[in-house]
Structure formats: C-alpha cells, structure tokens
Ligand binder design. Structure first.
Ligand code: FNR
Length: 382
C-alpha cells in the first residue's frame, strides 16, 4: 500500500532495516521520556481555526540566511544516514535538491562531504561540526567545507558524552559494525537491506564507517592508534565556540540550545543562529521539550539572530507549531531518514512532499496564507 504519511514511511523503514539499525535511528535514550514528551508537547498544542480568509494559494516560502527556500525545512544532520540505503547521504542530498531545501552533512557521515557534493551536484549543502579531541582534525573539516563552498555551519554542542542508548547496547548496533551471531542473524532476516547496503559497502569501500575520520581510523588494525584524537571533545567550552567563530567566515549556528541564556551568549560571541533542539530525544532524556523552550528563546534573541528548531516533526502541523512558537524554520531528522530507508531518494523526496502538502493544508485550515502570519496567536489558548 502506498505510504500516505511519515508514520507509514516509518513502518516501511522498520520492515526493511535490520532491527539494530532501525532502533538506532528510531529510538531515544534511557527511559525515552524525552522521546515521548516531544510527541506529547506537539500533540497537546492546538491551533486556532480561522475561516473565510483567502487561503487559495498559501505561500510556504521563506528566506533563511539570505536564501529563498520554498519550505521552512532543512534536512538535519544524522550520523550514519548512509547506512539506511547505499549512499544514503547522497540520496538525501538529491531529494533535498529536488525539493529546493538544504541538506546538512554530518561529521559522522558515512559518505564524505566531497562525495556528497559530487553525487548531488548543485545541492544546497550545510555542514554539521562535532569537535574532535584533536582540534587540528576539526580545523581540517572546516577547511574542506569551505573549499566546497558551504556557507552554513551547525556547531552541535549538546553531546558532551556518548548518550546512554540502551537499545543499542542490547541490539549490538554500533559503528564500525562488529560481527556477531545476533547481528549476522539480523542481517539474514533482512536480505533486501543486507544485499543492497552491506555487500555494496564491503565490496567498494570495506567495512562501513565514518568517512570524515582520518584514514587510520577506517582500518581495524590502526583504529586504536588514532582513537584518542577522533573522540568527540570531552572538554568543550564557549572558548571552542569562539575559536570556531574566528575560523569560520560563513554563518555559524549553535545546535542544541534550550535556554535563553545560552542563546544570548552564542549571540554575543557572534553566532548567526541557534537550533533550539532536544536532539530528537536522543541525548539528555530529561531535557525540556524544544517546543516548550522555544518561545522564551525567541523572546530573548528573536529578530537578532535566526532561530531554527527541531525534534519530532512528523506532520505539516508540527512545522506550524514550531513556527508559531518562534522558529524561522525547522530541521527534520528521522522523517526523511525513514523515507530514505524505504525508498532511497524517491522515498526521502516523497516524505518532503508530504510535509509540504500537510503544511499547505494546515496553513489553509488555520487561515494563514504566509509563514509570517503564523504568529503566537496561531496557538489556541483555553
Ligand atoms: C541525529 N542527530 C544528530 N545531530 C547532530 O547534530 N549530529 C549528529 O551526528 C546527529 N546524528 C543523528 C543520528 C540519527 C539517526 C538521528 C535520528 C538524529 C539529531 C538530529 O540532527 C536532529 O536534532 C533530530 O533528529 C531531530 O529530531 P527528529 O526530527 O528526528 O524527531
């Protein structure tokens, strides 16, 4: 049956992916209080319905960092997206290009930024930075992103430790993938994924692993020798953010902000934007919901910097709720990943099209014909 919504694509992804892989993208951390809370916060937010406005042609376009986008949506960085489909990051970038929206390449990508740029020529690429223990490697990533003409850098700051993903400890999924009996049986149970992805990776590039890590990391014999350098920085402070600001002359956006103080501090250090995010319920399980934290942050820094937000967007109405709460645009992580896992570029594009159509509907039902009309008053208060 043709998938009609993001939830259908999630089920299609679940059927196709090995269990360990699916749970890695789908689940949260610890007790998944955060994951459930994100959905609850969005569902509990009701929108005012207004009738008899001319909504014959709602305009979903916006301008982010000087660029006109047909939709207020950016594809969020997701580590190992390249595993859900062979060359998954290239598929995502092509889908983004077809939809005219940006795709943010992750530091922990399976495909290098150069290969993504070549495989999806003309795509609007952003880059997400995780700072390594070895700051020289980090500077090198910035140089490479700049050489590709990338202008927008997301500095992810909300992962000071590897989060406790107990589902992955139990199902054995990790990068690099380690051979195990359970993992082998999992692959055998999902022959379509295994043949299409694993065999092609093994035949072309060896065991799939992070493409931006130094070559020594990519071979099992020398991996241990460079491990200390490629660990994500354990000591990461505002000084590191200021240093990246000095080195990066494009737009710098701090990702993982949930307090007005942090947003103010980022602004004072020259940030051009923030992503208000609870990391899709994948980091601090007890974090406030991005949707709840957003209005105070928008009140503090709105108009002085670009405010992006993410976590839990599965419907067009979710986009409206984030915009009404103060975001200029949203990032989507899992939704297009489910699409990619189900059908590569076509699946990811179909998910973006669903979000576009639902956004258009939601704007029409709420009587708003432009994104700028989606203000706080769009949210129903009893
Ligand atoms: C992520 N996210 C993420 N963020 C980041 O800054 N760097 C990263 O490497 C990753 N990796 C990653 C992997 C996977 C599988 C997922 C699902 C997510 C977080 C991501 O950018 C975004 O903040 C959330 O995914 C948003 O929530 P939704 O849209 O997935 O509900």
């Amino acid at each position: 049956m043709k998938p009609l919504n993001v939830a259908d694509y999630r089920l299609a992804a679940k059927r196709r992916l090995p269990r360990g892989m699916f749970e890695y993208i789908d689940r949260g951390t610890e007790d998944e209080v955060g994951l459930r809370g994100i959905r609850t916060a969005l569902d509990m937010t009701r929108l005012n319905q207004h009738v008899l406005n001319d909504v014959s042609v709602p305009d979903t376009s916006t301008v982010i960092f000087g660029e006109k986008l047909p939709l207020p949506v950016i594809i969020s960085p997701t580590a190992v997206a390249g595993l859900v489909w062979h060359d998954g990051e290239v598929q995502l970038a092509r889908a983004a290009r077809a939809a005219g929206i940006p795709f943010c390449v992750a530091t922990q990508s399976m495909t290098s930024m150069e290969d993504i740029a070549a495989g999806a020529a003309g795509a609007n690429l952003w880059f997400q930075l995780y700072v390594f223990e070895d700051r020289g490697l980090t500077r090198d990533l910035l140089r490479r992103a700049k050489a590709l003409g990338i202008r927008n850098l997301l500095f992810t700051a909300d992962t000071p430790r590897s989060p406790k993903k107990e589902w992955n400890t139990r199902n054995g999924f990790g990068i690099p993938i380690k051979p195990s009996l359970a993992g082998g049986l999992d692959l055998l149970a999902h022959p379509r994924w295994s043949l299409a992805v694993m065999l092609r990776y093994v035949m072309t590039t060896g065991v799939p692993t992070y493409a931006h890590y130094p070559p020594a990391y990519r071979t099992s014999v020398t991996r241990a020798a460079v491990w200390d350098n490629v660990k994500l920085a354990r000591r990461l402070t505002w000084d590191d953010f200021a240093e990246v600001r000095r080195e990066w002359d494009g737009n710098l956006i701090l990702k993982g902000v949930l307090s007005p103080d942090d947003a103010e501090r980022a602004l004072s250090l020259g940030a051009d934007g923030v992503v208000v995010s609870c990391h899709g319920g994948r980091n601090l399980d007890s974090a406030p919901m991005a949707l709840d934290a957003l209005p105070r942050i928008a009140d503090a820094v709105g108009g002085r910097m670009t405010i992006l937000a993410d976590s839990g967007v599965r419907r067009g109405s979710d986009i409206v709720k984030y915009i009404a709460s103060g975001a200029d645009a949203v990032l989507v992580g899992r939704a297009p990943l489910y699409g990619t896992a189900a059908g590569g570029e076509k699946g990811a594009k179909a998910v973006i099209d669903i979000l576009r159509e639902e956004l258009d509907h939601c704007m029409a039902f709420t009587g708003r014909s432009r994104l700028s009309e989606i203000t706080r008053e769009a949210i129903w208060r009893p």
